[in-house]
Design a protein around this ligand. Sequence first.
Ligand code: HEC
Ligand code: HEC
Length: 455
Amino acid sequence: MTFSTWKTPSTWARRTLAVAASVGLVGCGGGSSGGGTAETPLNWTSPGGNATVAVHATAPFMQFAPSIDAAQMVGVSQGRELFVAEWQAAPGPRALLDGLGPLFNANACSACHAVDGRVAPYTAAGGTTPAVLFRIGNASGNEHPVFGAQLQHQSTEGLAEGWVTWSRQATTGALNHVVTLFDSTSDLSGYHLGARISPQLVGMGLLDLVSEAQILEYADADDRNGDGVSGRPHWVTEEGVTRIGRFGWKAINATLRTQNAGALHQDMGLTTPVNPVENCTPAQTVCATAASGGTPEVSEASLMAVVDFMTVLAVPDRRIADQKAFDQGARLFGSIGCVACHRPTLTTMTHPRFPSLSNQTLYAYTDLLLHDMGDGLSDGIQEKDAAPREWRTPPLWGLGIVEQKAGARFLHDGRATTLREAIEWHGGEAQSARDRFTGLGEGDKALLLQFLRGI
Ligand code: HEC
Ligand code: HEC
């Protein structure tokens, strides 16, 4: 896919002035009026600090932070190669890149995380693509005894687990997913399928560098400020350390290291020092007989190369045709309470190895916290400590670029085909912000959506 319809970056107003302060951007929902300073231009700094790049025409989500120095390019380039490489079953012609499966969803990270946005998860004919994963679970957080926590629809040998079709519920507009299991001796009774579409990867290393103290500042689990929004951190224990989860739709992984190792393991069937055992349950004997690509299949050095590549992923610059309208949209985003969860700014701590990423102001529009989004968005699955109705506020930067790609979908299961629909699905803690959005006049709605497309 290409972006032939994009204007060149030079035609977009790019503001690199002092940090935005005003706007009610930092206000907490509450429906306060965004007026008063409506005519004062807002001051913006680059959305990813010095990790910001002009939007690349064909690979906007594949750029290195421009501040990375040449000496560091070697490691991150290697990580980039591993990210786009097509892994093969062992024994393969390239030992470094074998060990795929036996159970897996896709053979390359980039098969799901396209360089130009979100891969279409659903086909018009009711089929699914590898870019949508299905968690299997229930409200008690149990994994399925035969299939584990994720459905793998491909295998290098033996039977894969099953494939999924989708349709839209006539009454609610939510999605139905129906699985056909390849092994008819097992079933999923008592378990739910939870669709998770592949997000665009933007500024991952910057989000990894936000301090827990800052995330906790935004947390308000008991809603002491009475704004109806009660974000809470998702504490997870990985590799023996308890930290705040921040990656994935339910923030189930705390670091890029464990997130990437999890992707290699669950999505591609590759073992790492983090997950040294193949992703089979004891009932799945195919793992015991399949050839291994090494112990582990992905070395510590390769894993960290992927992590380093993710760390230096750049943030595409804003796309602003009309600065005044953009500022008006930003004010609306503040005044109707979107900012109670989609916090405009975060700051990075010091990075020991990539010092240029340190102390940057980010406009990611997330608090990295879990919120109860209501029954409409629940899929009945508890993941780690995140309840079925809880979802992490997703970062919104780059979403306008995502929207340009054919078949792009929004929200965790991709039920929304437009940004507007995504907002209209907000419930639970976000119900009142959603209602304030639907209550806006068409002109204001357009301003808000135009702002979202530019961030
Ligand atoms: C089969 C499709 C698929 C493959 C292959 C895949 N991913 Fe993902 N990735 C996803 C999905 C789906 C999510 C969201 C998962 C969730 O919500 O728990 C995700 C989430 C992520 C995130 C967190 C994004 C965020 O906003 O929190 C990162 C980082 C990531 N993947 C990196 C990778 C890397 C690196 C690889 C290769 C080693 C990879 N992925 C392979 C589908 C895939
Ligand atoms: C209570 C917290 C909260 C508030 C308030 C809130 N959001 Fe969200 N937003 C979320 C969460 C959590 C999700 C992910 C839900 C899911 O995937 O099921 C989300 C998802 C989105 C998405 C889709 C993102 C994607 O990656 O597909 C958009 C767009 C969005 N919100 C815009 C808004 C706008 C505009 C407002 C104000 C009208 C708003 N949100 C208010 C928490 C919130």
